[in-house]
Design a protein around this ligand. Structure first.
Ligand SMILES: O=C([O-])CC(=O)C(=O)O
Ligand SMILES: [Mg+2]
Length: 389
């Protein structure tokens, strides 16, 4: 049997909402939805792999249509196959996409490639007839663990939102089974953010923990001023205080913040991840890494990032990716990450879990669906099917 990619389709979809973090609003946010169509038939149906990019970066239709999809369609089909020719080899597909691309400067190109890479892995696991998390565990000689820790991200700023609305939002997450919640900081004066934090802590009590996210807004002085305020509270983490590439700032902050810090959602390559580990002062015994494969060249690259972490003494269990998508749930369950983000009320239908999956005491259990499992989420699959089936 041979496998051929017969088409790569892209459509840019809105995921807009009136929310705002300390850096951007989401009123014009979009995502690229991609389908990698193969000539393989499984259970009487053509195998199509699907992918989309995470929130926070916009859809990548231009790059996908002009460079990355044509390279896959023009590649010799045999050059994309695994050793016995029965499936695609994601690393070979990745190399074909990245031919004639210089190193460095990992701007939005990594989002375009990450989106297609997601669809390729979905197709590969479907062709193998397995959930992606089980395929990954097998390939790495690990035992899959379908139970994955998830936390509820929200707590955004938006027009007219007062403390009682913020508390109500957080209560809603607790009611849905979460025991870690996250809110935005840095989009209001520090005294106001302190009030917001105290209001949320009062609402959630001591059984639930709160993480805070500054979205890279602060200069060093402000990051330290916040660190001094935040360290009075038992927070789950202090996220992305300063510019994602300002490793010296991150390292200096550690001096003022003994609690857990988190960052990495805006680092888009294993080289950038390596520099964070080398120079960012992140501590493997308590800090968290949030690289998001959908924004950073996909799972082929994420595996290189995990290899970098291992070399530097970091466990994959210190990774809780940004993005709230099923791709990272599969990586978490297959490769032993510490968990995954989720946005219970945002970015639908792209985020979240297959239908019927519930959060219990902060964990979900992955159902055994072939591929990434998008077919189990009916609102999402409807969009995907409309693109290509
Ligand atoms: O608001 C955003 O851009 C999303 C974000 O940082 C997160 O989920 O950590
Ligand atoms: Mg963040």
């Amino acid at each position: 049997m041979s496998v051929r990619i017969v088409d790569v389709c892209e459509i840019t979809k809105p995921i807009s909402s009136p929310i705002r973090n300390a850096y951007i609003d989401f009123t014009k946010m979009t995502t690229s939805l991609v389908a990698v169509v193969t000539d393989v038939v499984r259970d009487g149906k053509r195998v199509v792999g699907y992918g989309f990019n995470s929130n926070g970066r916009y859809g990548q239709g231009g790059l996908i249509r002009e460079r990355f999809a044509p390279r896959l369609k023009e590649a010799d089909p045999k050059s994309l196959l695994d050793a016995d020719g029965g499936n695609l080899d994601p690393d070979k597909v990745w190399a074909a996409m990245m031919s004639n691309e210089k190193p460095g400067g990992h701007g939005e190109r990594s989002v375009a490639v990450g989106t297609i890479d997601m669809a390729v892995w979905d197709a590969v696991a479907k062709i193998a007839g397995k959930p992606l998390f089980r395929l990954l565990a097998e390939r790495h000689g690990l035992k899959a663990d379908p139970r994955v820790f998830v936390y509820a991200a929200g707590g955004y700023y938006y027009p007219g939102k007062d403390l009682s609305a913020l508390r109500g939002e957080m209560r809603g997450y607790l009611d849905r089974g979460y025991n870690v919640v996250k809110m935005k900081i840095g989009g209001a004066p520090i005294a106001e953010d302190r009030e917001r934090i105290e209001a949320v802590l009062k609402e959630i009590g001591s059984q639930t923990q709160l993480a805070v996210d500054a979205n890279g807004r602060f200069d060093l002085e402000t990051a330290i001023a916040y660190a001094k305020m935040l360290r009075e509270y038992p927070l789950f983490w202090y996220e992305e205080a300063g510019d994602p590439l300002d490793f010296a700032l991150q390292a200096a902050l550690a001096e003022f913040y003994p609690g857990p810090m988190a960052t990495g959602e805006n680092l888009f390559s294993h080289q950038d991840a390596k520099n964070l580990i080398r120079y960012g002062g992140m501590r493997p015994d308590r800090d968290w890494l949030q690289f998001d494969c959908a924004l950073s060249y996909g799972l082929c690259e994420y595996q290189r990032t995990l290899a970098v972490l291992k070399t530097h003494g970091w466990s994959p269990s210190r990774c809780i990716p940004h993005g709230g998508h099923q791709m990272s749930l599969n990586i978490a369950a297959g490769l032993g990450l510490g968990g995954n983000e989720s946005y219970p009320d945002l970015f639908q239908p792209y985020g979240g879990f297959p239908d019927g999956v519930r959060v219990e005491n902060g964990y979900i259990t992955m159902p055994d669906l072939p591929g990434i499992g998008f077919e189990g989420k009916s609102d999402l699959y409807k969009e995907m099917k409309a693109l290509a089936a």
